[in-house]
Design a protein around this ligand. Structure first.
Ligand code: COA
Length: 148
């Protein structure tokens, strides 16, 4: 059974390993980037199958009311089974309580990512040229929560 728990600092290695499966060779993916992103304040959770980390979501609380998904990945063999949904829902519950806006940026060509966010109620806000590097546009999505 898949379980969700809060991120621990000692999870760093597993997070990096998950990222390598998806983004090996991309310059932004470093342990330093992950360490910084794991720092509070944020909503950071991992998904576990038994003791193995098979998914992660790292959300930074930038300022009130802005939260931003900086790192979100599920191990390939566990995709399309609802793990990403469980991680996102866990974060969304916290947003609902604390602050109402969740942002994320996705590459224009990332079909899986774009479809996932649209299907989860995110609205496209902007397309920005060179967001992920020269010639690599990004799409910014946001989702609003009706918190108090
Ligand atoms: C985006 C990502 C995190 C989603 O994780 P996931 O665990 O596959 O997500 P889910 O299983 O909850 O949902 C994926 C799809 O599976 C479907 N699904 C969910 N449970 C299912 C089940 N039991 N049986 C069949 N399909 C199912 C969902 O309908 C969903 O479809 P959609 O994307 O069209 O909405 C994952 O694809 C990933 O790691 N991608 C690479 C990195 C990335 O793009 N990250 C996001 C940008 S930062």
């Amino acid at each position: 059974m898949i379980k969700i728990r809060r991120l621990k600092q000692s999870d760093l290695k597993s997070l990096y390993k998950l990222g390598l499966e998806e983004w090996r060779g991309e310059r932004w993916l470093t342990k330093k980037f992950l360490k910084q992103t794991m720092r509070p304040p944020g909503y950071d959770f991992v998904a576990l199958d038994d003791k193995n980390i098979i998914g992660v979501i790292l959300v930074e609380i930038l300022d009130k009311p802005k939260n931003w998904i900086f790192y979100f990945v599920v191990e390939k063999k566990y995709r399309n089974k609802g793990v990403g949904n469980m991680l996102l829902k866990t974060v969304e519950k916290r947003c609902l309580k604390d602050s109402p806006l969740l942002f994320v940026d996705v590459g224009v060509d990332d079909k899986e990512g774009n479809k996932f966010y649209k299907n989860h109620g995110f609205k496209k806000q902007a397309k920005i040229k060179d967001w992920f590097g020269i010639g690599e546009s990004g799409i910014i999505y946001s989702k609003k929560f009706n918190s108090k």
